[in-house]
Design a protein around this ligand. Sequence first.
Ligand SMILES: *[C@@H]1O[C@H](CO)[C@@H](O)[C@H](O)[C@H]1NC(C)=O
Ligand SMILES: *[C@@H]1O[C@H](CO)[C@@H](O)[C@H](O)[C@H]1NC(C)=O
Ligand SMILES: *[C@@H]1O[C@H](CO)[C@@H](O)[C@H](O)[C@H]1NC(C)=O
Ligand SMILES: *[C@@H]1O[C@H](CO)[C@@H](O)[C@H](O)[C@H]1NC(C)=O
Ligand SMILES: [Cu+2]
Length: 202
Amino acid sequence: MFKSLLFMALVATVSAHGNITSPPARLPGPAMVEACGQAAVDSILADGGLPIESVVNPLDSCNLFFCRGALLDDNIDIVQEFFSGQVVNLTSQLPIPHEGPANVSIVLAATNKILGEPLLVFDSYADENLPELPANNTAFSITIPDAGSGVEEACVEAGDCALQWFWFGTGAQQTYESCIDFVIVNTDDTTATKRRSTRSRM
Ligand SMILES: *[C@@H]1O[C@H](CO)[C@@H](O)[C@H](O)[C@H]1NC(C)=O
Ligand SMILES: *[C@@H]1O[C@H](CO)[C@@H](O)[C@H](O)[C@H]1NC(C)=O
Ligand SMILES: *[C@@H]1O[C@H](CO)[C@@H](O)[C@H](O)[C@H]1NC(C)=O
Ligand SMILES: *[C@@H]1O[C@H](CO)[C@@H](O)[C@H](O)[C@H]1NC(C)=O
Ligand SMILES: [Cu+2]
C-alpha cells in the first residue's frame, strides 16, 4: 500500500515536464473534453506538463498539435490584450528538461501556421546536461510585431491567433506546447479606454 502510493507519487513527479506559467495559458475544460475525450483531458489534468505524445486516447477531433488540444472556449476569461511593439514577458517551468529546439510564435488558429517568423528561437533549450539552465529558459520576452506585419489584421477576435510556446525534446522525442490567447488592441484605443475610465472615476 505504502509502496504503491510512493510509486504513484514518483510517477506523478517524474512526468511533469514543463509549461508556461505567465501570462496565463490555455487550460483544459469542457470544450476540450468534447473535442479530445475525457481520457485525454484527464491525462493532462494529472500532469500539466504532459508531452503531446503521452496524451491518452485523444479523439480524432482533437488537434493536439495546436495548443496541445486546449480550446479558446475553455479560456475566454484569460484572453490577453497586446499591442504592436509591446514587449511581453513570459515565464515557464521546466521540472524535467530535455534538450532540444524551442520557439515562441504567433500561430494563426485557422491554419495552424505561424504568422511571419517565430518571435523567439532557441536552437538549444532545456539542456539537462548543463549544470544549471540559463535564466532565459524560464524567463524570456517577445515583442509583438509592428503594424506592418499584419498582426493587427490577423489577430482581431479572441481565437484568431495564439501566442504559442513550442519545445521539442530531441532525445526524448517529446513535444510540449502552451498557448496564450490574445487580441491586438490599438494603442489609441487603450489610451482612450484609460482616459474614459479615469474620467468616470472622477
Ligand atoms: C502547468 O503544469 C502544472 C502542473 O505541473 C499545472 O498545475 C498547470 O495547470 C499547468 N499549466 C498550463 C498552462 O498548462
Ligand atoms: C519584463 O522583464 C524585464 C526584464 O526582467 C523587466 O525590466 C520589465 O519590467 C518587465 N516588464 C513587465 C511589464 O513586467
Ligand atoms: C518551432 O519549433 C518546433 C520544434 O522544434 C519546430 O517543429 C518548428 O518548425 C519551429 N517553427 C519554426 C517556424 O521554426
Ligand atoms: C539564452 O541564454 C544563453 C546563455 O546565456 C545564450 O547563449 C542564448 O543565446 C540565449 N538564448 C536566447 C534565445 O536568448
Ligand atoms: Cu520526458
